[in-house]
Design a protein around this ligand. Sequence first.
Ligand SMILES: Nc1ncnc2c1ncn2[C@@H]1O[C@H](COP(=O)(O)OP(=O)(O)O)[C@@H](O)[C@H]1O
Ligand SMILES: [Mg+2]
Length: 314
Amino acid sequence: MSSAIESDAFAVQTFGISRTYGDLTAVDGVDLAVGAGELFSLLGPNGAGKTTTIKMLCCLLRPTGGTATIMGHDIQDDPLSVKRVIAVSPQETAIAERLNAWENLSLMAGLHGIEKQAARKKSGELLEMMGLTGRGEDRAKKYSGGMKRRLSIAMALVSDPQVLFLDEPTLGLDPQSRRAIWEHIEALRGKKTVLLTTHYLEEADALADRVAVIDEGKIIALGTPGELKGRISDTPVMVVEAENLTAEAIEALRQLYPVVRAIEAGVEIEGEEASVYDIQDVLRPRGITIQSAYRKQVTLDDVFLHLTGKQLRE
Ligand SMILES: Nc1ncnc2c1ncn2[C@@H]1O[C@H](COP(=O)(O)OP(=O)(O)O)[C@@H](O)[C@H]1O
Ligand SMILES: [Mg+2]
């Protein structure tokens, strides 16, 4: 395959894209290539440069350096072609609160020059898809945060975009509403190219085919969630939670295993050979009961901590 064909296969490609605000470099030479049909996540803390990146890709903000193409169209040379194939559900959702869901959707369809009857049909499908059928006649201001967000995504889908940008689609929602939105995003997998930004690790982990970790405007890691997690460590760790764990008991475990770390809830033991039964044999005679023992799962939080020395928490 020639490289030209390969690069045509990218729905979104950025070339050192940058944006400064005065002295501040919000986005600092970002190179990304998102495949057609990919569900790609830009993961980073507040202020990392996610929204600024999305705004540039949507032709809402000019880069101060570098550029990008969307479905092969340059965002600076050919913004009209770009706008024809993209849609965005912005971080601050742009729904009209005084209008109901049907009206919001038809307004959007009108903007895209979609004929009335086709718009009506499409709106019905999207309300259904986003789980809003039955609430379509209610004014949006009566909606919960999760419903507003689902309406905003439905509005972005009206024009049947090839590339959908979702900027923090679950920002500030409770875990249950967040999961509901994940299901709706999941349903788009393979049908649309989706570039989703989030500062929730679980979200990137749950949804993304690939994740780019962004911090202070720079991409600091890129890969599938599995690859990113695998990069930190392949040493298995067993967590053993037990109350009243004494220093003497921990010392006794150290006779058995080379690496035993005391943690608040108990101990972490490194190595394939850690066995609950052997650990129990050490603890039980000392009157210590194991509350739980499990193999530690590496999370993207560990990845971020490893890369930046900072915790990526809300
Ligand atoms: N219009 C603006 N003027 C000045 N600074 C801005 C502006 N918009 C964003 N920034 C700054 O750029 C950086 C990146 O912001 P943003 O892209 O919104 O981050 P994120 O979406 O990852 O939270 C932040 O330091 C932010 O304060
Ligand atoms: Mg943002």
